[in-house]
Write a protein that binds this ligand. Structure first.
Ligand SMILES: *Cc1c(COP(=O)(O)O)cnc(C)c1O
Length: 365
C-alpha cells in the first residue's frame, strides 16, 4: 500500500520500517498470563542490553520516553538529596523539575546552550563541589541538536561517587553508547527516535549501583508507575506490575532486530549527518550550535527573509515532507531536520537538502 501521509523528517517520531509495522499486527496473547511472553519480554530486554554493550538489566516500560526520565528521578531522589543537573539545553534543564517533584534539591550546572559541555570546566567545578547523589545529563539535547560527550563526563562523575543518569533517547544507536565503558547507571531510551518504532515505549538500563541506591532508600519511592523496583523478580514471579503493551513490544523487538542486523548503524548516521552539514553550510545556512553536532539531528538558523512557518509549510504543502521547528527559547528561530534511524538515508535527506538549498537560491535571485 502506498503511504500518502507526510514523509517524516522530524527528530522523532521517525519513519517506521515495514517489518516493524507488520510485527505490530501479529496475533496477541495475554501478556500477563502467557509464560512465553515473559521469555519474549526478557529476551528483548537482553537484546537491548547487549546492543548497549552491558549486562546491566534493561526494562521496557509502557509509556513514552518521558516516563524513563521520571522513573530515574523518582527512584533515585529522596527528600533533600542534592542532584547535579547538567544543563546546556531544554531537556537538560527540564530534569530539575523531576528532581524537585520528588523532593530533591536540583543544583543547576548551566553552560552555554550553543556549546557542548566543556569537560575541563566541569572537572574544575566538581573538584570544588561534588556532594551530589546523582547527576543528570542529556546525550543529544534534541531541541538544539546538542551532543554531549557522555563517554568522558560519566566516568568523571563516577570518580566522585556520583550516580549517572543519561537521557540518550534521541542519540543511542545513532551515536555510540557503551554503558559499561561510559559508566552509565541509569540510561533512558525511547522507541520513536533512532530505534524507529512508533511512539509509546521507553526502556531503561539500570546498573547494580543504581539498583542498590533504590533499595537502600529510607523513604519509599513516591510513585507506582514510575517506580522500576516493582519489576524486581518479575521473571521469577511471572508477574508484571501492569499489563504490557504487547503489540508495541512486538514492534520494538523487530526494530531492535533491525538494529542488530546493521553492525555499522552508527557509521551510517555519521556519514549522513556530515553530508547534511556540508551541503547546508555550502548553501549558506548556519547552524544553531558552535560545537557538539549530533549525528541524529541538524538544527539550522532560519535565514533572513524567511520565517519558520514559511519553510515548514513549503516542505509540507509542496513536497509532503515534515520537518520540525523547535520550542522554548528556540521557537521560531530554528528548523530541525531529523536524520535518525530510518530517516538517516541519503535518498531521504537529499530530497530535503534539495528543497532547502533551492529556497535560499530562489531568494537570492
Ligand atoms: C524525544 C525525547 C524524549 C522523550 O520525549 P517524548 O515526549 O516522550 O517523546 C526525551 N529526551 C529527549 C532528549 C528526547 O529527544
Amino acid at each position: 500500500m502506498e503511504d500518502t501521509r507526510y514523509k517524516l523528517m522530524t527528530p522523532g517520531p521517525t519513519r517506521v520500517a515495514e517489518n516493524v509495522r507488520m510485527a505490530r499486527s501479529l496475533a496477541c496473547t495475554n501478556p500477563d498470563l502467557d509464560i512465553e511472553f515473559y521469555d519474549f519480554y526478557k529476551e528483548t530486554c537482553e537484546l537491548i542490553s547487549s546492543l548497549l554493550h552491558t549486562r546491566n538489566e534493561t526494562l521496557i516500560l509502557g509509556g513514552e520516553g518521558i516516563l524513563g526520565l521520571e522513573a530515574a528521578c523518582a527512584g533515585l531522589t529522596e527528600p533533600g538529596d542534592r542532584v547535579l543537573v547538567i544543563d546546556n539545553g531544554l531537556y537538560g534543564n527540564g530534569f530539575k523539575d523531576f528532581v524537585s517533584l520528588y523532593g530533591g534539591v536540583p543544583v543547576l550546572y548551566t553552560a552555554d546552550y550553543h556549546e557542548t559541555i566543556d569537560v575541563g570546566k566541569l572537572e574544575a567545578y566538581l573538584a570544588a563541589d561534588h556532594d551530589f547523589k546523582y547527576a543528570t545529563l542529556v546525550h543529544c539535547d534534541t531541541p538544539s541538536g546538542m551532543l554531549n560527550d557522555i563517554g568522558r563526563i560519566c566516568p568523571l562523575l563516577k570518580k566522585y561517587g556520583i550516580l549517572t543518569v543519561v537521557d540518550s533517547v534521541s542519540a543511542m544507536f545513532g551515536e555510540y553508547v557503551n554503558v559499561d565503558e561510559f559508566q552509565i547507571d541509569f540510561l533512558c531510551g525511547g522507541s520513536q527516535k533512532v530505534v524507529s518504532a512508533p511512539a509509546g515505549l521507553t526502556f531503561v538500563t539500570v546498573s547494580p549501583d543504581a539498583k542498590s541506591a533504590m533499595h537502600a532508600r529510607k523513604t519509599p519511592i513516591a510513585s507506582f508507575y514510575a517506580n522500576i523496583t516493582i519489576f524486581d523478580d518479575y521473571y521469577e514471579k511471572k508477574w508484571f506490575p501492569y499489563t504490557m503493551p504487547i503489540s508495541d513490544i512486538y514492534g520494538l523487538r523487530t526494530a531492535f532486530d533491525n538494529i542488530q542486523a546493521e553492525p555499522d548503524i552508527v557509521g551510517r548516521h555519521a556519514a549522513v549527518a556530515s553530508h547534511v552539514r556540508e551541503v547546508l553550510s555550502e548553501a549558506g545556512y548556519t547552524f544553531y550550535q558552535n560545537s557538539g553536532f549530533s549525528n541524529t539531528v541538524t538544527v539550522i538558523n532560519v535565514p533572513e527573509g524567511f520565517t519558520t512557518e514559511d519553510i515548514l509549510n513549503t516542505c509540507k504543502d509542496n513536497y509532503n515532507i515534515m520537518l520540525a521547528g523547535s520550542f522554548g527559547a528556540l521557537a521560531g528561530t530554528v528548523i530541525r531536520i531529523g536524520h535518525m534511524g530510518e530517516n538517516a538515508r541519503l535518498v531521504y535527506v537529499d530530497e530535503v537538502l534539495d528543497i532547502l538549498c533551492g529556497l535560499l537560491n530562489n531568494n537570492r535571485h
